[in-house]
Design a protein around this ligand. Structure first.
Ligand code: NAD
Length: 343
């Protein structure tokens, strides 16, 4: 028997434990290659260890360099800084790869196959913020600093160009706001144009678009895009939009990739409105697990997992409520396990 691959498993908050349990069960049915090291973070970390990112969790990922993670709660306004952002920073997970593919045909948008690559460590998203007091109002002025570096731009753009070429993508669209944020996102656009001229022309097409127009065009005619590459905050927002094109957040996975570590998760959050009710759709995390299998070069298992998801949703027609079905998380998981066992 081949040695199993050590991987950190973070159940997360809200619906996290439900979708992680489902994903582990489905991976087990496939013959999981992973030896899980369960750890905590987010609100669960605060509750159990007084820390949204406990040392034991960091040490586990330092050892495994591989993690599957449920969503982590981050309070809005006050409270702790996002553990997701901290994890991405700690392990220098510079690329966030978020595919949006139609699995259930016949929806509002059909035949979607988009790949969004989001810069994961820089920009306005990193939360370097403070308030300035004026007179007796301590929050009179709110300020945020966005930082994009030439090196950071080159890193993510090189990753995106190389990935697009390796996957046989035709066109990569650089999404920016360089008309207004001339420095912060101008550096991203300018670096892309320079790198394209120097290294990538003729190997893949490239064009560019301002983020607001991109949002509108994605809704009117998403098929005009093939692959998008953009800065952190724009990628955060647009990847929820592209998730909406393929059935919603329950269908959108994401891979956080670094030079020597990777973390796989759903695009969605902890969904507190449905947590603990057995209603969550685990497909996004399952698709993230498929990305994880691809990452460890087990593409055959990844393909079997994607096929089982496709057949359960389309042939067996077992679907959770967000997709218009009646199945609970457990019933859907059971249907997937049966598909794999009988497939
Ligand atoms: P959310 O993504 O948790 O939920 C938005 C809507 O989508 C809700 O109506 C929810 O019920 C639905 N939804 C999401 N995932 C679903 C699934 N798998 N199945 C069925 N329905 C699903 O967004 P939110 O409510 O804005 O955020 C809640 C918390 O999650 C916040 O604390 C936020 O910071 C955190 N968050 C974490 C991550 C992450 O860990 N990567 C990402 C986004 C948000």
């Amino acid at each position: 028997m081949t040695a199993r691959i050590p991987a950190t498993l973070i159940a997360g908050d809200g619906i996290g434990p439900e979708i992680v349990e489902a994903t582990v069960a489905v991976l087990d049915a496939l013959g999981s290659p992973f030896e899980w090291d369960p750890q905590i973070a987010g609100a669960a970390g605060v509750k159990a260890a007084g820390d949204p990112l406990p040392q034991a969790t960091l040490e586990s990922i330092r050892r495994t360099r591989l993690a599957l993670k449920g969503p982590l709660e981050t309070p809005s306004g006050g409270g702790w800084r996002s553990s997701n952002v901290r994890l991405r920073e700690e392990f220098r997970l510079f690329a966030n790869v978020r595919p949006a593919r139609t699995i259930i045909p016949g929806g509002r948008f059909d035949n979607i196959d988009l790949l969004l690559v989001r810069e994961n460590l820089e920009g306005l998203y990193i939360g370097h913020e403070h308030f300035v007091q004026i007179d007796d109002d301590p929050h009179a002025v709110a300020m945020a600093t966005g930082i994009n570096t030439r090196q950071g731009c080159r890193h993510i753009l090189e990753y995106a160009f190389e990935l697009g070429i390796a996957l046989g993508r035709k066109k990569i669209t650089v999404v920016h706001k360089a008309n207004i944020m001339k420095a912060l996102t101008g550096i991203f656009l300018e670096t892309a144009q320079q790198m394209y001229e120097e290294r990538y022309k003729g190997r893949i097409e490239m064009d560019s678009i301002i983020v607001d127009a991109c949002a509108m065009k994605l809704v009117l005619n998403p098929w005009q895009f093939d692959m998008l590459v953009t800065t952190n905050l724009f990628g955060d927002i647009l990847s929820d939009l592209t998730a909406g094109l393929v059935g919603g957040l329950g269908m959108a996975p994401g891979a956080n990739i670094g030079a020597d570590a990777a973390m796989f998760e759903a695009v969605h959050g902890s969904a507190p409105d449905i947590a603990g009710k057995g209603l969550a759709n685990p497909t996004a995390l399952l698709l993230a697990a498929a990305q994880m299998l691809d990452h460890v070069k087990l593409g055959d298992k990844a393909a079997r997992l994607r096929q089982a998801i496709h057949d359960t949703l389309n042939v067996d027609q077992v679907r959770t409520g967000d997709l218009g079905g009646k199945a609970s998380t457990r019933e859907y998981t059971q249907a997937l396990v049966s598909r794999i066992n009988n497939g």
